[in-house]
Design a protein around this ligand. Structure first.
Ligand code: F6P
Length: 352
């Protein structure tokens, strides 16, 4: 059997380790070759096909490298609209030309939705979950999330010393789209007092009450983590750019800063962490998760159990059929989430 692998959607730390682990495990355990498809599914839409022969030697040194050696593609659904049928046919024939039996798709919700269409069209696919946002349904964790949370946590801690020195309110805007996992995990781990997530429309009164309470207790600074998709009660999320007809979230950090400056008369500054959250070397957790997902995905392919996505459930790797949901939607933090409860239980203000 010959396998192919592609990486789709926004890049994240851990993509290169998963490529490396797939190639090494396939070769050493199953004597199976792997070919890399470039730029998500797009590499299969052109002729010649854009591909890379991957060997244990060629991937040996990519372990610590951020990004993806295969390239990726965000925005613009390759498998939607007028070209959907044509593109599916090109992908099918492309895999055939390469002699590939199964395509391993490393991606988040957008990429896995496209992979689901391929499964329905008869392509043999195995999915591997990745995204810093941790918002893919069915898995407790995605590759990239842990490294991102490390950075957010470290950044909040760095802001703390300067906030404390100047008696300031410091606001940090983080990614996550419509899910607040990055903000919640990074905020708790970094010691923020206020965490604003898209799942809870926040009230400025509640935030100010928290800041005032801290002042009365002698703590004259406050740290606020705000997720890019968060919004105040009665208002919608803020978008600050458009690309490929897609609106891109951003700006809520600045908005919260100017509002809090106005309402509290305190010195208030904001930082947007942006794409720093997607770059850099993966941490140990992401490298280990990449290795575990890679092994499970290759084993499923070898056993010809196609049409499944490997997932983390508790502390175990499992798999779920692409057909377990009609279509993939971004997963949001449920109301009974343990960390959500823990945050409020410890006195972190979620703006409600
Ligand atoms: O999905 C990952 C993510 O990093 C989101 O958190 C963020 O909103 C988005 O991608 C940004 O994507 P891009 O860099 O393509 O604009």
């Amino acid at each position: 059997m010959k396998l192919a692998i592609c990486t789709g959607g926004g890049d994240c730390p851990g993509l290169n380790p998963v490529i490396r682990a797939v190639v090494k495990y396939a070769k050493h355990r199953h004597n199976t070759e792997v070919v890399g498809i470039e730029e998500s599914f797009n590499g299969l839409l052109t002729r010649p096909i854009r591909q890379q022969a991957l060997t244990p030697e060629s991937v040996a040194d990519i372990f610590d490298r951020g990004g993806t050696i295969l390239g990726t593609h965000n925005y613009g659904d390759t498998l939607r609209g007028a070209d959907e049928k044509k593109h599916i046919a090109l992908i099918k024939t492309g895999l055939k030309e390469l002699g590939v039996e199964c395509l391993l798709v490393v991606g988040g919700e957008g990429t896995q939705s496209m992979a689901q269409k391929l499964v329905r069209a008869g392509v043999k696919v195995i999915g591997i979950p990745k995204t810093i946002d941790n918002d893919l349904p069915g898995t407790d964790q995605t590759i990239g999330f842990s490294t991102c949370v490390d950075l957010v946590s470290d950044s909040v801690q760095r802001l703390r010393s300067t906030a404390e020195s100047h008696d300031r309110i410091m606001i940090i805007e983080v990614m996550g789209r419509d899910s607040g996992y990055i903000a919640l995990h990074g905020g708790i781990a970094g010691g923020a007092q206020i965490v604003l997530i898209p799942e809870i429309n926040f009230s400025y009164d509640k935030i100010i009450a928290k800041i005032r309470k801290r002042q009365q207790e002698g703590r004259k600074y406050s740290l606020v983590v705000v997720s890019e998709g968060a919004s105040p009660e009665g208002e919608a999320s803020i978008y600050n750019q458009t690309f490929a007809k897609q609106k891109i979230l951003g700006g809520i950090g600045q908005e919260v800063a100017s509002k809090l400056r106005q309402l509290t008369a305190m010195d208030t500054r904001y930082t947007v962490l942006g794409h720093l959250q997607r770059g850099g070397a993966p941490n140990a957790v992401d490298k280990l998760l990449a290795a575990r997902f890679a092994m499970a995905a290759v084993d499923l392919a070898i056993k010809e159990q196609f049409g499944k996505i490997v997932v983390l459930k508790g502390n175990r790797i499992a798999s779920m059929p692409y057909e377990s949901s009609h279509h993939f939607e971004r997963f949001k933090i449920p109301a009974d989430d343990e960390l959500l409860q823990a945050a409020e239980g410890m006195g972190i203000c979620l703006g409600r």
